[in-house]
Ligand binder design. Structure first.
Ligand SMILES: NC(=O)c1ccc[n+]([C@@H]2O[C@H](COP(=O)([O-])OP(=O)(O)OC[C@H]3O[C@@H](n4cnc5c(N)ncnc54)[C@H](O)[C@@H]3O)[C@@H](O)[C@H]2O)c1
Length: 319
C-alpha cells in the first residue's frame, strides 16, 4: 500500500501579512510548510500560533541569497509591500524583487516544481485604462519614488515568463490588488490600516487629496483562496491574472465606513497627494472568474469589522 505524503510548500515572505494567512491555509489543507522570511516587515508574532505545529518550519532567510530546500511548490511573496517600507531602502527593494525572483526561480527549476509570484496591481502604474485587464501594459514612471517596487515587480514578471519560455518552468503570476485584513502592519501607511488605527486611537484620519481617488479592497481570505486556486491550475495556466475586489470605493467613503464601524470621533484631515499616487485602481477579475471560478465574497463592512477587531486587540496589548 502506498501512502501519499503531504505536499511540501515553501512560502517566502511567510511571516508577513498575506504570507502568514497563506501558511495558515496551507496547513489547514494538510500541507507541510516552510516559511522563509528575513523579518524586514513580517514578524514572528504573525506565525507564533503555528510554532507547535509539526508540519510548520520557520526559516530566517533573505531571498536575495539562494535557498536550497526540498519542496513541491513555491509561493514567492517576499517583498516589502507598502510605500513606507519599500521606500525605506529602495535599492534593497529592487534586489528583493529581482534577485529574489532569480533565486526562487532557480530553486523551482532545480526541483522542477511550480512557482507562484505575488505580483501587484502596481505593474499597471497610474493606469489610463479602467478597470485594468491583464493585457494592459501599464503606465509606469521608471524613475520615480515608487519605481523600485513597480519596476522591480515588473522585472520579476519578465523573469517568470522568460523562465517559462526558455526553460519550460511551471509559473503562476498573480497581480494582487489592495488587500486588507488582520495582521496588516499597524504603521505601514496603507490606507485601511492607517484609517483603522487612527480611528481606534481617536487621532485625526489623514485623507490625501480630496479623498475622491478610488481603491478596491479585497479581504485577505478571499485573496488567499485565489492564490490556492491559481496554484492548483494546469500547467498551461500561467497568468498574469488579477486578484482583487472589483467593488470601487473612494478613500473618503472608506474613512466614513471606518468611523461608523469603530464609533470613533476622529476628525478627517486633508493633505497633499503623494507623488505618483494612482487616482483610480480597480481590477477586472473576469479572467480569474473564468479560469479559477473565483471571485471575492467578503463585503467591505464585514472585512473591516474583522480588521478593526484585530487592531483593537493589538493596540490594547501594546498598551
Ligand atoms: N497586501 C497587498 O495589498 C498586496 C498587494 C499587491 C501585492 N502584494 C504582494 O504580496 C506580497 C506580500 O505582501 P504583504 O502585504 O503580505 O506584505 P508584508 O510586508 O506583510 O509581507 C512581505 C514579507 O516579506 C518579507 N521580506 C521582505 N524582504 C525580504 C527578503 N529580502 N527576504 C525574505 N523575506 C523578505 C517581509 O519580512 C514580510 O514578512 C508582496 O510580494 C507584495 O508585493 C501585496
Amino acid at each position: 500500500m502506498t501512502h501519499s505524503r503531504p505536499t511540501r510548500v515553501l512560502v517566502t515572505g511567510g511571516a508577513g501579512f498575506l504570507g502568514s494567512h497563506l501558511c495558515d491555509r496551507l496547513l489547514a489543507d494538510g500541507c507541510d510548510v516552510i516559511c522563509a522570511d528575513n523579518f524586514f516587515t513580517g514578524t514572528r508574532e504573525n506565525v507564533l500560533h503555528l510554532r507547535d505545529q509539526p508540519r510548520f518550519e520557520l526559516l530566517r532567510h533573505d531571498v536575495t541569497f539562494p535557498l536550497y530546500v526540498e519542496v513541491d511548490q513555491i509561493y514567492n511573496l517576499a517583498c516589502p509591500a507598502s510605500p513606507v517600507h519599500y521606500q525605506h531602502d529602495p535599492v534593497q527593494t529592487t534586489k528583493t524583487s529581482v534577485h529574489g525572483a532569480i533565486n526562487m526561480l532557480g530553486l523551482a527549476k532545480r526541483l522542477s516544481v511550480p512557482i507562484l509570484q505575488a505580483s501587484t496591481s502596481e505593474v499597471y502604474g497610474d493606469p489610463q485604462v479602467h478597470p485594468q485587464t491583464e493585457d494592459y501594459w501599464g503606465h509606469v514612471n521608471p524613475v520615480g519614488v515608487r519605481s523600485c517596487y513597480d519596476e522591480g515587480k515588473r522585472c520579476a514578471e519578465t523573469l517568470f515568463f522568460d523562465y517559462r519560455r526558455q526553460l519550460g518552468l511551471s509559473i503562476k503570476v498573480a497581480r494582487i490588488f489592495n488587500t486588507y485584513g488582520p495582521r496588516m502592519h499597524p504603521h505601514d501607511g496603507r490606507v485601511v490600516s492607517s484609517f483603522v488605527v487612527a480611528a481606534l486611537q481617536g487621532l485625526p484620519i489623514t485623507v490625501y487629496g480630496d479623498g475622491s481617488q478610488t481603491r478596491s479592497f479585497c479581504y485577505v481570505d478571499d485573496l488567499i483562496e485565489g492564490l490556492r486556486r491559481l496554484m492548483a491550475t494546469p500547467d498551461a495556466v500561467t497568468g498574469p491574472i488579477n486578484l482583487g475586489n472589483p467593488d470601487e470605493f473612494s478613500v473618503l467613503e472608506l474613512a466614513e465606513q471606518v468611523l461608523e464601524l469603530t464609533g470613533s470621533k476622529s476628525e478627517l484631515r486633508f493633505a497633499a497627494l503623494p507623488s505618483d499616487d494612482p487616482v483610480r485602481r480597480r481590477p477586472d477579475v473576469s479572467l480569474a472568474r473564468r479560469e479559477l471560478g473565483w471571485e471575492p465574497r467578503t463585503p467591505l463592512a464585514a472585512g473591516l469589522a474583522l480588521t478593526i477587531d484585530y487592531f483593537d486587540d493589538l493596540l490594547r496589548r501594546e498598551g
